[in-house]
Design a protein around this ligand. Structure first.
Ligand code: TEU
Ligand code: CA
Length: 555
């Protein structure tokens, strides 16, 4: 098969609100991003993905879009956007937009009209149902708490929202909805954007008849029930035929609950749907046995399970589809805190170790802003420090209302898993407000910015930043790293993550000690002269020091 540009790419994710303020209001914006393009160019990434920058009431930080063809005024104007796109291209990079079309904001014109009556032009743009015995049509729960249905007296009906009430789900069964989405996509592609990250795109086709979820009786978690619905392949196919196939772009579909077999159907080399998906297996690993707690947990990930999840996807998609690779994003805690350690004694080595482990796999790596600095969780200790609706609603629901867990324990879970860990402003330097803004930032900085920041990293040849720069360079230069097949080593080893890659007679051997304990492992390591990258400055062969991670390449 001929290779595509996005198979050679490394993507950098920008959370616009928290990246760089340029106009002194404490909120990141488009001109702020322009200012930091040289930094991103120095890192060596190829593509930037921006979280939603469209007009929005920001109930869910922009994942509730009120106008798909307008920039949120806080971030800038459409002219600023055009300038940003041109500047990204001038710097040799590409731009992915976030496409959020499972739902809109309830402030969107379509919903404002839809909710008026059962017979207007937009009446069928959303999923409306009559009450059943005076209450909700089924037991589905919304991802951010409560029922997935909200009643609207004007229509005498409920509308479906898998997320917050301010995020009504679009009715993809309606061909007019699909045409409206294709029109939005063309609007951005005709401006020259280079592709889309598609928000929860595997949830757009709802199961026939909207059946009750098996458990629990009220307000069940429905993601697994709704994911990969009956018409999803048809919709993605139509999207490809109508829109994507007319442009040379990259697409990644966010797909919680999807399995490798599903992903092969969506990203298959001749499926003509999407290029890759974000799978969730490795970020949903949890030791918590109580389904009512959902994602809330604070136990460290078990390495054996982590290896199993990632290796499964590596093997399943090889030669059949294409993986995305990520440790974290705006919905996940910081990688180094979650999968290794943010103990200052090991943080730098551990962050490099994680980078190496992921970037040597097959797929397109995604780096979340600050990951290249080894930014850490923020370690909040009280509820009023949180901003994210998921964290706040979950606390009230699980502690105050359902009494599933006590407040102290829940605060530990939030500190470990809250999305806010990812959303503190980018740490640029040690000056006031970390160089993010000269005004008070919209969201508190992680106090460790005085030590962990981009300026310190760029000034230090041993920093996580230069390690990532090297990982990106190595991928660009190596077909073995890009295309090699994947061979798992010792899946039952609970301390070391090791694997081999094979391509045209060459072997890549990747070894990462995920613990602070020195261990000895013999995988037939070749001589030090074959070492490609390491997070220590010498090589001790079979001896692995705390969080040591190294890669050999040989014939
Ligand atoms: O996230 C989808 C998703 O899977 C979330 O429900 C996820 O399970 C949760 O955030 C984990 O804590 C996407 C966006 O990335 C997220 O920011 C949005 O809030 C959500 O869709 C709704 O648009
Ligand atoms: Ca600003």
């Amino acid at each position: 098969m001929t290779h595509k540009w996005w198979q050679n790419a490394v993507v950098y994710q920008i959370y616009p609100q928290s990246f760089q303020d340029s106009n002194h209001d404490g909120i990141g914006d488009l001109h702020g991003i322009i200012k930091r393009l040289p930094y991103l160019q120095k890192l060596g990434v190829d593509v930037l993905w921006l979280n939603p920058i469209y007009d929005s009431p920001l109930k869910d930080n922009g994942y509730d879009i009120a106008d798909y063809e307008k920039i949120l005024p806080t971030y800038g104007t459409m002219a600023d956007f055009d300038e940003l796109l041109a500047e990204i291209h001038n710097h040799g990079m590409k731009l992915l937009m976030d496409l959020v079309v499972n739902h809109t904001s309830d402030q969107h014109r379509w919903f404002q009209e839809s909710k008026q009556s059962r017979d207007n032009q937009y009446a069928d743009y959303y999923i409306w149902r009559d009450p059943v015995d005076g209450h909700e049509p089924n037991n589905w729960g919304a991802a951010f708490g409560g029922s997935a249905w909200t009643y609207v007296p004007e229509r005498g009906q409920y509308y479906l929202h898998l997320f917050a009430p301010g995020q009504p789900d679009l009715n993809w069964e309606n061909p007019a909805v699909r045409q409206s989405v294709w029109k939005i996509m063309r609007f951005w592609l005709d401006k020259g954007v280079d592709g889309f990250r598609m928000d929860v795109i595997n949830l757009i086709s709802k199961p026939n008849g909207l059946p009750d979820a098996p458990e629990p009786a009220n307000y069940a978690i429905v993601e697994p029930l709704v994911a990969d619905g009956p018409k999803l392949n048809d919709y993605l196919h139509e999207m490809n035929e109508e829109v994507l196939s007319h442009y040379d772009v990259m697409t990644v579909g966010e797909m919680p609950s999807s399995k490798p077999e599903d992903a092969i159907a969506y990203t298959g080399l001749d499926s003509n749907e999407l290029n890759m998906v974000f799978q969730f297996e490795h970020v949903q690993l949890s030791a918590n046995p109580d389904p009512r707690l959902g994602k809330w947990d604070d136990t460290p990930v078990k390495l054996i399970e982590l290896k199993q999840a990632l290796s499964r996807w590596q093997k399943a998609l090889d030669g059949k589809g294409w993986n995305s690779l990520y440790w974290n994003n705006h919905d996940q805690p910081r990688a180094v805190s979650r999968f290794a350690t943010d103990d200052p004694k090991y943080r730098v080595r551990a962050a490099k170790m994680l980078g190496t482990t992921l970037h040597m796999m097959q797929g397109t790596p995604f780096v979340y802003e600050g990951e290249e600095l080894g930014m850490t969780n923020v370690h909040y200790t009280s509820l009023d420090q949180y901003e994210d609706l998921e964290s706040i609603n979950s606390y009230h629901e699980l502690v105050d209302q359902d009494k599933v867990v006590d407040g102290t324990t829940m605060l530990k879970y939030l500190a470990s898993r809250s999305r806010d860990n990812a959303r503190t402003p980018m740490q640029w330097d040690a000056s006031k407000n970390a160089g993010f803004s000269d005004e008070k930032p919209w969201f508190a900085l992680n106090p460790n910015y005085t030590e962990i920041n981009a300026k310190a990293a760029v000034d230090d040849q041993q920093s996580v930043f230069y390690h990532y720069q090297k990982l990106i360079q190595l991928r660009h230069d190596s077909d073995l790293i890009k295309y090699g097949s994947y061979e798992e080593i010792d899946p039952q080893d609970d301390a070391v993550f090791a694997y081999r890659r094979h391509y045209q007679g060459q072997t890549l051997l990747v070894i990462s000690n995920f613990t602070a304990t020195p261990v000895t492992r013999d995988y037939g390591q070749p001589t030090t002269s074959k070492l490609l990258i390491s997070n220590y400055d010498d090589d001790k062969g079979t001896q692995l020091r705390p969080y040591e991670s190294k890669v050999y390449v040989f014939d």
